[in-house]
Ligand binder design. Structure first.
Ligand code: 5RP
Length: 237
């Protein structure tokens, strides 16, 4: 078994961040496995270590990650059977220096947040283009129930206005909507700079029909950001 061999500079950066986070994994750990192109390198490296004898048990945050982990022979269990996890390693679409995250570009935000919330630590892995002064340049994903999803989208406009924000709200996938692993839809909300993310997060969870949103404000405990010739660590690793 050998590691993925990326050739694109950005992919090499993602793998570099992932392999640094892999150094934080200890035998016997209960791990959350993130979703996305960066997390894929972490799962790939973990599979290699497991093949070499590392014993860990993992909870995947998507069916895509579950399939990758299964192919690599990584031992998995249901979150409920494990209770608290020691560590989750996941990517992000944007992050700030205070470890606020915007996630969900890959559509796995609901399971990612459930797993992050059950973890004692969360290390974010990314290329350093993801580090921002403020969240919001990337459209905020909001996962909604399919039932009356357009009415929920209308309610979102109200919440954004109440928070002093505005912008286009687009159903992901358009006429053939993207469906999450949980069977929901996602609205991508182009809000621009989000000045008060806690206020927005609190307001979003009160909207009936909103299943989850992509603001992860209290979960990350550390981060590894890879540049072409640099590796920046934030928080605790
Ligand atoms: C999936 C996510 C991903 O972590 C996020 O989209 C980053 O993905 P990538 O590593 O491919 O840039 O939140 O729901």
């Amino acid at each position: 078994m050998s590691l993925l061999q990326p050739t694109e500079p950005i992919e090499i950066m993602k793998q570099k961040a992932a392999l640094r986070a892999l150094e934080c994994v200890r035998p016997g750990m209960k791990l959350g496995l993130g979703t996305g192109s960066t997390a894929r390198y972490f799962v790939d490296g973990l599979g290699q270590k497991c093949a070499d004898g590392l014993e860990v048990v993992c909870v995947p945050t998507s069916e895509a990650t579950r399939a990758q982990a299964a192919e690599l022979g990584i031992v998995m269990a249901e979150l409920g059977a494990l209770g608290r996890l020691d560590l989750t390693v996941d990517g992000a679409d944007e992050m700030t220096r205070d470890l606020h995250l915007l996630k969900g570009g890959g559509g796995a935000l609901l399971r990612e947040k459930i797993v992050a919330a059950a973890s004692d630590a969360m290390i974010v892995i990314a290329d350093d283009t993801k580090l921002k002064d403020h969240l919001g340049a990337f459209a905020l994903p909001v996962e909604v129930s399919k039932f009356a999803h357009d009415a929920t989208a209308a309610a979102l406009h109200g919440v954004f206005a109440q928070c002093g924000l505005s912008g286009a709200i687009a159903l992901r996938g358009g006429e053939t909507p993207f469906e999450t692993d949980g069977g929901h839809f996602i609205y991508d909300c182009a809000l621009g700079k989000i000045d008060a993310p806690h206020e927005l997060a609190s307001a979003l969870v009160l909207v009936p029909g909103v299943v989850e949103h992509g603001l992860f404000l209290t979960y990350a405990t550390g981060a590894v950001l890879a540049g072409a010739d640099s590796l920046t660590e934030l928080g605790d690793l």
